[in-house]
Design a protein around this ligand. Structure first.
Ligand SMILES: [Zn+2]
Length: 446
C-alpha cells in the first residue's frame, strides 16, 4: 500500500499492530499527522523525523475513556492530584477521564469546575468533570446545573452519595432533560445501607462486620428506573454490583427507557470473601459481592445490559486507609489495572472490539465526548474509530504481555490497589493523545 500522499507531514507511525475496529481486526500500520490519523495501511514507511512506535503483537484501539475517576483535587492532594491521576490514566491506556465531583469543595459551581478543567489542561489524558446534582452533594437543593452545563459539563452526580429524596431527583431529571445532560446515580438507599462496611451475607456474619444488603442498591435502581419512565430523562447507573440491579436495568432497556449502566473492574473479579483478612484495601462502596453477583455483572457486560467499564478509581493516602476495617474509607485504585483486568475477565467471552467498546466508544457516548465541544477547550473527540480523519487518541495494548502490579510503581499518589503482587495477562504498551505519544513502552513521557 502507498504511503499517505503528504508523508512528509507524518509525525508518528504505529507499526506492526492489529487495529481494533468495528469491522474486526486488521493487521495494518497507522500514520498520524499532527493530531489526526492520516493513513491506515498495510505497510507505512515512516518519514525521517517521525516518531515510530513498535506495536508488534499488539492491538491498536481507540484510547480508553473512564466515566468515573476520583482525582481528589481540590482538597485531598495528598491522595491524588489531577495531574497524577491523569498520568495513571495515560499509563492505563486512557485518553480521557471524567473527574467525579466529590472533592473539597465539591464541583457544584462553575468556579470549581473551571478550576479542575484548568488543572487538566496539559495533562497526559484529557480531564472532563462531572458536576454535582445538589449543592454540596448534600441532597437538599439543586446545584446550578445550567451554569455547569454552559461549561460543557454533561454528566451530573452526587457520587459517594445517592440522591435520597425521590422528589428532588424527579426535579433534577426534568431539569437535566431540558439541558440535554445526563444524571448518574450512585445507587445506595442510605437507611438500608446505614452502618454497613461490607456486603451483607455469609461472610459479614462470619466476620462480625455490619453488612450492606444488595437491596440498598437495588431499591434505588428500581426507583430511578421508575423516575426515568416518569420523566423521559436519561439515567446512568454508576458501578452496578448485584444480580438484581443488572436485571432491573435489563428490563428497563427492554422497555426502551433511556438508561445506561457501568460496572467497576473490581466488581467483575473480586468477591466478598477477600474481606476475611480485615484488610481495608478490600473495602469499597458498593462492596465486593458474592460470586453469583460477579457472574451476573459479567453477563450484563456480555449481553449489552451494562454499557461500560468505569474504574471508580478512588485513591486514599496510606494514613487514612491503614486503620481498622470499619473505620477505613471505601475505595480502590483502578486506572492502571482496568484494561488488563477487563481483558483477563472478558476476552474469553467477548471479541477485542467489544472489550474496547465497553472501555472507549460506549463510555465516550455516555459522557458526550465523541465530538469536540467548543466549550471544552483542549478537548478532542474521544472513543474512536481508528480511521483516517479521526483524532489520534489511541491505546496500544499487548494482549500477551504481563502486567505485574507493584503498588510502589504506580503513578497514583496513593497505594491502595487490591491487586498488589498480582499478575494480569495483557499490558498497555503505548498511549497516544491527540497524536502525541504520551506513554511509550509503558513509560509516561510527561
Ligand atoms: Zn459511587
Amino acid at each position: 500500500m502507498a504511503d499517505p500522499a503528504d508523508s512528509s507531514r507524518v509525525t508518528l507511525v504505529i507499526r506492526g499492530g492489529t487495529v481494533v475496529g468495528p469491522e474486526g481486526l486488521r493487521r495494518v500500520d497507522v500514520a498520524i499527522s499532527g493530531t489526526t490519523i492520516a493513513a491506515v495501511a498495510e505497510s507505512i514507511e515512516p518519514p525521517s523525523g517521525a516518531t515510530v512506535l513498535d506495536a508488534a503483537g499488539c492491538l491498536v484501539g481507540p484510547g480508553l475513556v473512564d466515566l468515573h475517576a476520583h482525582l481528589r483535587q481540590p482538597g485531598r492532594e495528598e491522595a491524588e492530584t489531577v495531574e497524577s491521576g491523569a498520568r495513571a490514566a495515560a499509563l492505563g491506556g486512557y485518553t480521557a477521564v471524567v473527574a467525579m465531583p466529590n472533592t473539597e469543595p465539591p464541583i457544584d459551581s462553575a468556579g470549581v469546575a473551571k478550576e479542575v478543567l484548568a488543572l487538566g489542561a496539559g495533562c497526559p489524558a484529557e480531564v472532563a468533570v462531572a458536576g454535582a446534582i445538589t449543592v454540596g452533594r448534600a441532597g437538599t437543593a439543586l446545584a446550578p446545573m445550567g451554569e455547569l452545563a454552559a461549561l460543557g459539563v454533561s454528566l451530573f452526580t452526587d457520587d459517594g452519595a445517592g440522591v435520597q429524596d425521590g422528589g428532588l431527583m424527579r426535579r433534577a431529571l426534568d431539569y437535566a432533560k431540558g439541558l440535554g445532560v445526563t444524571l448518574a446515580q450512585h445507587c445506595e438507599e442510605e437507611r438500608l445501607a446505614a452502618g454497613g462496611a461490607m456486603h451483607e451475607g455469609c461472610w459479614s456474619s462470619r466476620l462480625g462486620i455490619p453488612g450492606v444488603p444488595a437491596a440498598a442498591e437495588e431499591a434505588m435502581v428500581a426507583r430511578d428506573v421508575s423516575l426515568s419512565r416518569l420523566t423521559g430523562a436519561a439515567v446512568h447507573f454508576l458501578h452496578l454490583s448485584t444480580a438484581g440491579s443488572v436485571e432491573l436495568v435489563r428490563r428497563a432497556k427492554a422497555e426502551g427507557l433511556p438508561v445506561t449502566a457501568e460496572a467497576a473492574p473490581h466488581h467483575i473479579l473480586l468477591t466478598h470473601d477477600l474481606v476475611a483478612g480485615y484488610d481495608p484495601v478490600f473495602k469499597v462502596n458498593p462492596p465486593l459481592r458474592p460470586a453469583e453477583d460477579v457472574a451476573a455483572v459479567v453477563a450484563g457486560l456480555c449481553d449489552g445490559t451494562v454499557d461500560a467499564i468505569a474504574t471508580d478509581h478512588a485513591p486514599h493516602a496510606p494514613e487514612t486507609k491503614d486503620v481498622p476495617f470499619d473505620e477505613a474509607p471505601p475505595g480502590m485504585l483502578g486506572l492502571q489495572t482496568a484494561l488488563p483486568l477487563a481483558w483477563e475477565v472478558l476476552s474469553p467471552h467477548l471479541s477485542p472490539e467489544r472489550v474496547f467498546a465497553l472501555m472507549s466508544s460506549q463510555p465516550a457516548v455516555i459522557a458526550r465526548l465523541t465530538a469536540t465541544d467548543p466549550r471544552l477547550v483542549g478537548h478532542s473527540a474521544q472513543g474512536g474509530p481508528v480511521e483516517v480523519g479521526v483524532t489520534a487518541n489511541l491505546c496500544v495494548f499487548d494482549p500477551t504481555a504481563a502486567t505485574v502490579v507493584d503498588p510502589a510503581g504506580l503513578a497514583s499518589r496513593s497505594r491502595n490497589t487490591p491487586y498488589a503482587g498480582r499478575t494480569f495477562t495483557g499490558a498497555v504498551r503505548h498511549t497516544v493523545l491527540r497524536g502525541e505519544a504520551v506513554v511509550i513502552d509503558a513509560v509516561a513521557q510527561r
